[in-house]
Design a protein around this ligand. Structure first.
Ligand code: ZN
Length: 310
């Protein structure tokens, strides 16, 4: 357990991977008077759950609530066994489909001792995503909306690019002055406004690149990946394909792009991007996380020609 703020400690899960960086960040908020709140107990890893329980025991504290940011398999599965071990209720988004005891709508608060955490409905990365604000310190627990290093994946069907962009703008407008961002992965972020601005600009730049690629004529997602992500590690191309799809769905919804399905069979290269064998990219243990994060398998892979609307 590492102290990362006056009332906040981090317990990082032992699940490092390309999708989770050094592992999923779990957090403990000390409300004073022995009242603690856990955030994102992570995967169902007995040693990791035991670390939460032991930390409270050694400090003479008890968990009064377990908060989950979203229903991805590197964030929520540890919540149920931690609840079992501590008797604390699990709180989640009203749209959450994993086991939980109580729901939190936008603006609702959970208190422990002298602290309150406010839930913000922050869809985009996942439909059931909550960001938590530690009132008083104006610290944000952002889950996979903002992480310490790099950017996050916005993959359909659970991910929605425009919802994500609205979430980023809401965080910047309402919490750009946050003292610190505790992300779901990676280190703490101390310049909240600069990081949120960087995230907003990154999304706008990628979208402009996609529109620019289509200005040369209709293209499929594999063709766009090869152009736009030319300089990026090929192992990340299947993830890039899902990101591009998220932008194209938004553009199509707005009438700026048309999508015309093709009937030709996928080439091996196209299949490797649109329907990859994840077990050759990551270990089987991590494949479930990647599948959930990237939304593979949600629909049968097919080639689609995308074109700018004239
Ligand atoms: Zn996630």
């Amino acid at each position: 357990m590492v102290a990362v703020g006056p009332r906040v400690s981090r317990l990082r899960a032992p699940n490092p991977s390309p999708m989770t960086l050094d592992g999923t960040n779990g957090y403990i908020v000390d409300g004073g008077g022995g009242a603690w709140i856990a955030i994102d107990p992570g995967p169902d890893d007995p040693a990791h759950i035991a670390a939460f329980v032991t930390a409270a025991h050694d400090a003479g504290a008890r968990f009064e609530a377990i908060l989950v940011t979203h229903g991805h398999p590197d964030h929520y599965p540890g919540a149920a066994p931690l609840a079992e071990a501590t008797g604390a209720p699990v709180y989640a988004h009203t749209a959450a489909t994993f086991p939980h005891d109580r729901t939190l709508a936008d603006g609702e608060r959970v208190t422990a001792g002298a602290v309150a955490l406010i839930a913000l409905d922050t869809p985009g990365h996942a439909r059931d995503h909550l960001v938590y604000v530690l009132e008083g310190e104006r610290a944000l627990f952002t889950g996979d909306v903002i992480i310490g290093i790099g950017t996050v994946v916005i993959a359909p069907p659970n991910g929605d690019m425009r919802a994500y962009q609205r979430t980023l703008h809401r965080l910047r407008d309402g919490y750009g002055d946050a003292s610190v961002i505790y992300g779901g992965h990676g280190p703490e972020i101390h310049d909240a406004r600069a990081k949120i601005d960087e995230y907003i600009a990154h999304r706008e730049k990628r979208e402009a690149e996609i529109v620019a690629a289509l200005a040369h004529g209709p293209a499929t997602i594999p063709a766009m990946v090869e152009t736009i992500y030319r300089d990026i590690d090929r192992r990340l191309w299947p993830a890039a394909a899902r990101q591009i799809l998220a932008y194209l769905i938004a553009l199509e919804r707005e009438g700026r792009v048309t999508a015309t399905p093709r009937n030709d069979a996928l080439t091996p290269e196209e299949r490797a991007l649109l329907d990859p064998d994840l077990s050759v990219i990551v270990s089987e243990r991590h494949a479930a996380i990647v599948r959930a994060e990237l939304g593979f398998g949600a629909e049968p892979p097919r080639l689609v020609d995308y074109a700018l609307t004239r």
